[in-house]
Design a protein around this ligand. Structure first.
Ligand SMILES: [Mn+2]
Length: 355
């Protein structure tokens, strides 16, 4: 066994050690970050299916299930199929009756993303494991940690664990239901193999999973071509409201509460719009401003992206710095803020904050 290290965000076990540890448990709950995405769902579903297959062949009661913190993607029921899942709505308690021998957390290792499960995990720290690919996390959550920070998606280390549990030498031999879940994580976390995190290792696993029988076109259609018409109506408004600020090489899109209402769209339906203006070479920074209301009244949500290369010799825009001026933050290339003001006022503040 490797040295246990509660202090720092580093791996404490190898793939083989993690697989052996998981294989020795009769009952497991798989957890991931709230509002799960393709990698979160894919990694937990693949592991649950693998564990259930291993236990079925050894004759024990199969008991791996996935618990998710809502909201869930629209296409969830299609990808979960007959795998046992439970969805916990915001503010709802986790199921009390089931006390698993192991808790396995995939695609996150930070308390901030595990809020609905915090109490459940805290009571079981000694039997909790983390498999993750993020650069940061709370090491105290689990002393069993398999961290692969060079992986584009957490399904990459998870695929290795699945192969080891099933005694397979290549992911190309995985059952298709496991391979499909893994492929979903790999495809979505790389923007369907477009982002800068795509490397030879990503493409090798993708090739193996396709060999295992994954239906690429079917998954792509299910996940990427499954929007409601209201999203398109909202996009129409966001583009109609687009303003290009040429001297700052910036594009600003805005959506008022009336835009959402008239499009018949929910607040979450503007996800991804901020990527649209990036297709223009001279645009180096994009902001999407959405006006929303909560118990305290109206506020404006700012979502920002910038390109890694500047334009015409200029430095890239650090949107974390811009958003910090507005009371928010994030990463250099992707950040956000909440401004307690109506949209027109928030837009003025944003333009002033732009370099
Ligand atoms: Mn991920």
């Amino acid at each position: 066994m490797s040295m246990t290290d509660f202090g720092s965000w580093t791996s404490t076990v190898t793939v083989a050690e993690m697989a052996d540890w998981i294989g020795s448990k009769r009952t497991c709950v798989l957890l991931t970050h709230v509002k799960p995405d393709g990698d979160a769902l894919g990694s937990t579903l693949a592991l649950a299916r693998t564990i259930n297959k291993v236990h079925r062949t050894t004759g024990a009661i199969s008991a791996a299930e996935c618990w998710y913190g809502a909201p869930m993607p629209e296409w969830t029921p299609t990808v979960t199929g007959s795998t046992k899942i439970r969805t916990i709505e915001p503010g709802q308690p986790v199921p009390g009756a089931f006390d698993p021998e192991a808790v396995i957390i995939c695609d996150t290792g930070s308390w901030a993303q595990l809020d609905p499960f915090r109490e459940f995990i805290e009571e079981r720290l000694e039997r909790t494991a983390i498999i993750d690919h993020h650069l940061q996390g709370d090491a105290e959550i689990a002393d069993h940690r398999l961290l692969d920070t060079s992986a584009a998606a957490v399904v990459q280390p998870v695929a290795e664990v699945c192969c080891r549990l099933l005694g397979l030498s290549s992911p190309g031999q995985l059952p298709v239901d496991i391979a499909s879940a893994l492929y979903m994580g790999l495809a979505t976390d790389t923007g369907w193999f477009r982002h800068s995190n795509v490397d030879a290792r990503v493409m090798r696993l993708a090739a193996d999973l396709l060999e295992a029988g994954v239906d690429h076109a079917g998954l792509m259609e299910l996940i990427e071509q499954n929007d409601r018409p209201s999203r398109l109506r909202l996009m129409q408004r966001a583009l109609a409201n687009l303003e290009l600020i040429e001297e700052k090489h910036a594009a600003i899109m805005t959506l008022t509460t009336a835009d959402f209402r008239e499009a018949g769209a929910a607040p979450g339906e503007s996800g991804g719009f901020v990527d649209i203006p990036r297709t223009v070479p001279s645009i180096r920074v994009v902001a999407l401003l959405t006006e929303q209301t909560d118990a305290q009244g109206v506020f404006t949500k700012v979502s920002m992206r910038s390109k890694a290369t500047g334009w015409d010799g200029q430095d890239p825009v650090d949107v974390n710095e811009v958003c910090k001026k507005l009371g928010g933050g994030g990463h250099a290339r992707a950040a956000g803020a909440r401004i307690r003001a109506p949209l027109a006022e928030a837009k003025k503040l944003l333009i002033e904050a732009l370099p």
